[in-house]
Design a protein around this ligand. Structure first.
Ligand SMILES: C[S@@+](CC[C@H](N)C(=O)[O-])C[C@H]1O[C@@H](n2cnc3c(N)ncnc32)[C@H](O)[C@@H]1O
Length: 333
């Protein structure tokens, strides 16, 4: 049987060669693909007949492809239709690397039903799968102050307050649709940057909120650490600055000694649990950018686990504000 499976993919697996290079010395063993998507990473890892992949994806659209993988890579591929914050119960003691490729596949972005794009029409959705509420409920039920926080902190939207006030005015006995939100943004927002669509930031913030992307990432990373044996790798590809800030803090803060002052030697970091093998993020090559321009904001970071028993209070404290904003979602459940 051939090592590859014929995929009808539109999605181009980002930084694939770089990831394989990082995890190759770890061959062979079990790898966790936390974001199966169109199966690009899993397929490449499974080319080595000694490897096993345990995959996760929250989108039910991934199930069909996972069935093909199970048949093709008999006994070497397992799929979990779960959120990756739930990986901790994975049953395997030989994990070599845990990989996260955050964000969305091209297929999801162009899927009208998912309503991720500001070009969609009708009811706002943005649910990636296994969600508790939609963007429609967020926009139509949350109060002005909550919406302002979501737009400001998850979208870095300068006109957050003006936009949420306008949503509130228009909403009076009327359920806003995607096109209404776009119209409001176009009316309320100054154009600070002609290169990006005026709706980009608000849509990004709603998507983060609906899918609880910050909590997913933070608890996904903590659970990856807990699950991974010593010498295993955590590899993450991020697509926006907030994700990258979290990953960078997680890797850096738990891999370096602390410098309190430049006049004093660094103090020993008791929570030094990772070895950071590359300080700078790896970005797509000019060749990859040419083939796949949408990879332009991708950043790859990775670490090796060197110690058990970390406590993550500092991480949770640092991003407490973001987790609290995601918890506003409880009002919709
Ligand atoms: C960028 S795509 C991954 C593409 C994949 N690496 C490939 O080569 O085809 C991201 C995938 O992760 C999934 N995803 C995003 N957040 C998730 C989460 N918290 N838990 C599980 N799956 C998630 C999405 O549904 C999507 O299918």
């Amino acid at each position: 049987m051939s090592a590859t499976i014929k995929l009808e993919k539109k999605h181009f697996p980002v930084l694939l060669d770089e990831i394989i290079k990082i995890i190759s010395p770890q061959y062979s063993g079990t790898f966790l693909d936390c974001t199966f998507g169109q199966g690009g990473y899993s397929e490449k890892i499974l080319e080595n007949s000694k490897n096993k992949v345990i995959a996760f994806d929250r989108d039910s659209d991934a199930i069909k492809l996972s069935e093909r993988f199970k048949k093709h890579f008999k006994g070497r591929f397992e799929f979990n239709h779960k959120r990756f914050s739930e990986i901790k119960n994975t049953n395997s003691n030989n994990i070599k690397a845990i990989i996260f490729d955050l964000g969305y596949s091209t297929n999801q972005i162009f899927d009208e039903k998912k309503g991720l794009s500001f070009n969609s029409k009708g009811t706002l959705n943005m649910k990636m799968g296994l969600n508790r509420f939609s963007a429609h409920e967020a926009i139509n039920k949350l109060d002005k102050e909550d919406l302002t926080k979501i737009f400001k902190y998850f979208g870095d939207e300068k006109d957050a307050k003006k936009i949420s006030q306008a949503i509130f005015r228009k909403r009076n006995n009327y359920m806003l649709k995607t096109e209404d939100l776009v119209e409001i943004i176009n009316k309320e927002k100054k154009n600070y940057n002609f290169k990006i669509n005026k709706s980009t930031k608000v849509f990004q913030s709603l998507r983060i909120f609906v899918n609880q992307e910050i909590s997913e990432l933070i608890f996904g990373l903590i659970n990856a650490y807990k699950l991974l044996p010593i010498n295993g790798y955590i590899v993450v590809v991020t697509f926006h600055s907030l994700e990258d800030r979290i990953v960078k803090f997680f890797f850096k803060n738990y891999s370096e000694d602390k410098k309190v002052s430049r006049y004093l030697p660094s103090s020993k970091n008791e929570n030094k649990i990772f070895e950071m093998l590359s300080k700078k993020a790896i970005v797509p090559s000019p060749e990859e950018l040419k083939k796949n321009p949408s990879s332009r904001s991708a950043k790859l970071r990775y670490v090796k686990k060197i110690k058990e028993g970390a406590n993550f209070d500092e991480l949770l404290l640092k991003f407490k504000n973001f987790i609290e904003i995601e918890n506003i979602g409880e009002k919709l459940c």
